[in-house]
Design a protein around this ligand. Structure first.
Ligand code: CTP
Length: 397
């Protein structure tokens, strides 16, 4: 899917550099040609020999190397690629990029290029959270630099939090999205994701356990196949996919409005765990313990976004996909839900706590459509997303 594409891969000096070796393999498996650039700090973590052997290509390291300059000058090197990928993108490298420094080969290439740049940040959580890094990230995003990750998790330094470099396959998806080349090229797909938060008063709200990871993975996978994705998301800690249009909302009503504004679309995937009810008597000020007894919370029903879009008579997306999160009688409830809401496909899953699906990394789904049901084996949410994206591409052909 990346055949004929040329990636210039800048490997910075971070412990995640070992994952960049796998990234090179994954990019080449998909047909990309990879030209590696190894910073001096990067070469403390991976050797030029392993990088060059895996890339099947010469590794560039020095700005003032006369041989390199006579073969291919650094300006030419920065422009010959279709995309520049920086992985791992260290705090230092991003600070250089944000301030336009050009004092080594990597930073000079990044300043000289006329191509898009995708960075995969990797650093300690405190370095990531530091206002200086966050300022640099904002500058880079405003400059049009694309970003994938970082993910949250255990770090090599023993701490926990955001700062882990995205996994090689996530970076490959982001590369494909950045190159916007695939069977969904030219198609607009709308994805809802995450929970909604329904306020009780300005400081309290009703929510659910959805993490937004399945919806995010779907948006990523669709974008990797070249779709133009609008991602409408409730509050979520999962970083939104690179290269998609993100609309962040809080409540179900805001989500419906955002979805309606984003139409028309060729397909819609409704993965959000929308709160069924909101407060009918939400308070504008904080509810106090004022001695008058317990507050009475009155509920009102939220709009059903999936049903509203499925039942549109004018401008309905050609394919509408919903989810059915059930804890018992999964198939019966999901089949009835498909008919009741009027969507084309339903991905049914059992979200009972013992399945570990809600908030976990895996999913176990059954795809229900007009012609019957297909059980998919249990797989990661990323793989469910890729499989679904391929099916959507086939359906929209
Ligand atoms: N959905 C929606 N708007 C709502 C409720 C649900 O768009 N207000 C969508 C979800 O995104 C999902 C599908 O409808 O694609 C089914 O959601 P689910 O929570 O399983 O079903 P509910 O409609 O909430 O029905 P129930 O609570 O009775 O299971």
């Amino acid at each position: 899917m990346l055949s004929g594409k040329h990636i210039l891969l800048v490997i910075g000096g971070g412990i995640a550099a070992f994952k960049s070796l796998d990234l090179i393999r994954r990019l080449r498996e998909r047909g990309a040609q990879v030209t590696p650039v190894l910073t001096q700090a990067g070469s403390e973590f991976v050797t030029p020999l392993s990088v060059s052997a895996l890339a099947g290509n010469k590794v560039f390291q020095d700005l003032f190397d006369l041989n390199d300059e006579s073969e291919m000058g650094h300006i030419e090197l920065s422009r010959a690629a279709d995309l520049i990928v920086v992985a791992p993108a260290t705090a230092d490298l991003m600070a250089k990029m944000a301030s336009g420094l050009a004092n080594d080969l990597a930073s000079t290439l990044l300043l000289a290029t006329d191509k898009r740049v995708l960075v995969a940040p990797s650093m300690n959580v405190r370095m990531w959270d530091h206002p200086a890094t966050q300022r640099n990230i904002k500058t880079l995003t405003n400059d049009g630099v694309l970003m994938v990750g970082p993910n949250k998790g255990d770090m090599a330094c023993g701490e926990f939090g955001p700062g882990r470099m995205a996994e090689p396959l996530e970076i490959v998806d982001a590369v494909q999205a950045a190159l916007n080349d695939g069977p969904l090229k030219g198609k607009h797909v709308l994805v809802t994701s995450g929970p909604t938060h329904e306020p009780i008063d300005p400081v309290r709200y009703i929510a659910n356990r959805s993490s937004g990871s399945q919806g995010t993975a779907i948006a990523n996978a669709l974008s990797a196949l070249g779709a133009d994705v609008t991602f409408v998301t409730g509050p979520s800690d999962v970083p939104p996919p690179a290269g998609v249009k993100v609309i962040a909302v809080q409540t179900a009503k805001q989500m419906l409005e955002a979805v309606q504004n984003a139409l028309p679309a060729d397909a819609g995937v409704f993965a959000a765990a929308v709160a069924d009810w909101r407060m009918a008597n939400a308070s504008d000020s904080k509810i106090k313990k004022d001695g008058n007894g317990l507050p009475v919370l009155e509920f009102a029903e939220n709009p059903d976004i999936l049903a509203t879009v499925s039942q549109m008579t004018d401008g309905r997306p050609a394919l509408v996909v919903g989810f059915a999160a059930e804890t018992d009688d999964v198939m019966a409830h999901a089949t009835a839900k498909r008919a009741r809401k009027g969507c084309d496909w339903i991905l049914a899953n059992d979200v009972s706590p013992e399945t570990g699906i809600m908030g976990g990394t895996e999913n176990d789904v059954t795809l229900i459509h007009a012609d019957g049901a297909e059980d998919w084996p249990r797989m990661t949410k990323d793989d469910v997303a890729r499989k679904l994206a391929v099916r959507i591409a086939e359906a929209l052909k």
